[in-house]
Design a protein. Structure first.
Lengths: 114, 255
């Protein structure tokens, strides 16, 4: 699984998008469906694969360093399953370009919060 | 009393935790010390002329005698507050963090990775003793010679190797946590070949040591992943951590 940008460099600046467990699951399903589309552009496929990787990495970060996200949840009152999913502009654009992305995910990825 | 807006001094005093009273600390000692009793450990509050009550902590060659007035001040600075439960928790943590005697390190020490210094940018091996969920590092006493230190380190590596853990997979990331004491999770790196076998058995990529990296934060679970994924994991946390290539693990030194 790639965690590199299409040009082979690191993904650059990653911005947090705070997603609950349901939204993360729905985003992963939409990305997998997009990757199975035979018409997906190879560059978009790399970015979509990186979105899948980040969904896993976000959960891993919360296991190793649970305190930072817990502090944000405590201040905002967000649910216990809300985590920061950090995406580059290209990764976010590739996700938003998925034709079957649910409107609620479009809103969440647009606003960055649940 | 007027309705004037509080000035900076009054705001500061509101934010600052109330000081711990010696009498409250004495009551907390009455509750905490019997609970922490252990063979070879003396915990007592004694009254000494001139200093008032003194907390005595003695275990083998290690001894602490701290006036309760001084300890109350330290706990106040640490934000222990005046609530009884908070004070009991703070005092418990203080006693548990007492220095580790040489014999205890030799009998129960475990090898884990700890920060080399306060900058928290590099790690090395230390012998620690698990106490109440915390890994307390051992500093050899002045009378511990090279043989004592080497024997304690060798025993700590054996115990580190024998520790059981829990492996959790998050896609391309393998997370390893010591089963009974998560603060000892880095002990698994004392036997990297054994951990690598576990990773391979769990199907973590191809667990190629040439590409595998480990993200280390002392006292926290370990994260293992390919180089690019590990870079993404470690690069986007604001927490202190060290990302090490698997092949670099043998170069880690004792602190």
């Amino acid at each position: 699984m790639s965690a590199l940008a299409a040009d082979g460099r690191t993904p650059g600046v990653l911005a947090p998008h705070w997603l609950g467990a349901g939204h993360r699951r729905a985003l992963a399903e939409a990305v997998r469906a997009g990757l199975e589309d035979p018409g997906v552009h190879p560059v978009d496929a790399v970015h979509l694969a990186d979105v899948l990787t980040e969904l896993h990495v976000a959960a891993a970060r919360d296991v190793v360093w649970p305190a930072p996200a817990a502090r944000v949840r405590r201040v905002t009152g967000w649910d216990a399953d809300v985590l920061p999913v950090r995406l580059s502009a290209r990764e976010r654009a590739a996700a938003l370009a998925l034709p079957d992305l649910a409107p609620v995910l479009r809103r969440v990825l647009g606003e960055g919060r649940p | 009393m007027t309705g004037a807006v509080p000035g900076p001094t009054r705001l500061l005093s509101r934010l600052r935790a109330a000081p711990v009273a010696v009498d409250d600390l004495r009551r907390a000692c009455d509750e905490v010390l019997p609970r922490l009793a252990a063979p070879g450990l003396r915990l007592a509050v004694v009254t000494e002329r001139g200093t008032g009550p003194v907390l005595v902590v003695e275990e083998a060659e290690r001894g602490l005698r701290v006036p309760l007035a001084d300890l109350a001040e330290d706990l106040s600075d640490a934000g222990a507050g005046t609530g009884h439960d908070g004070l009991v928790a703070a005092l418990t943590a203080w006693v548990l963090s007492r220095p580790v005697p040489d014999a205890v390190a030799s009998a129960a020490g475990v090898a884990v990775l700890q920060w080399t210094d306060r900058r928290r940018v590099a790690v090395g091996w230390r012998v620690v003793v698990p106490r109440g969920g915390v890994a307390v590092p051992w500093t050899p006493s002045p009378r511990a010679d090279r043989r004592v230190v080497e024997r304690a380190r060798a025993g700590a590596v054996v115990r580190a190797t024998a520790l059981e853990g829990v492996l959790r997979l998050e896609g391309p990331v393998a997370l390893w946590s010591a089963a009974r004491h998560p603060a000892l999770s880095t002990a698994a790196l004392a036997a990297p070949a054994r951990l690598l076998d576990r990773l391979r058995a769990a199907g973590v990529g191809r667990a190629d040591p040439g590409d595998l990296h480990v993200v280390v934060t002392p006292d926290s679970p370990l994260a293992c992943a390919g180089a690019a994924v590990a870079a993404r994991l470690a690069g986007e946390t604001g927490e202190a951590c060290v990302r090490l290539p698997w092949t670099g693990l043998p170069r880690l030194r004792w602190l």
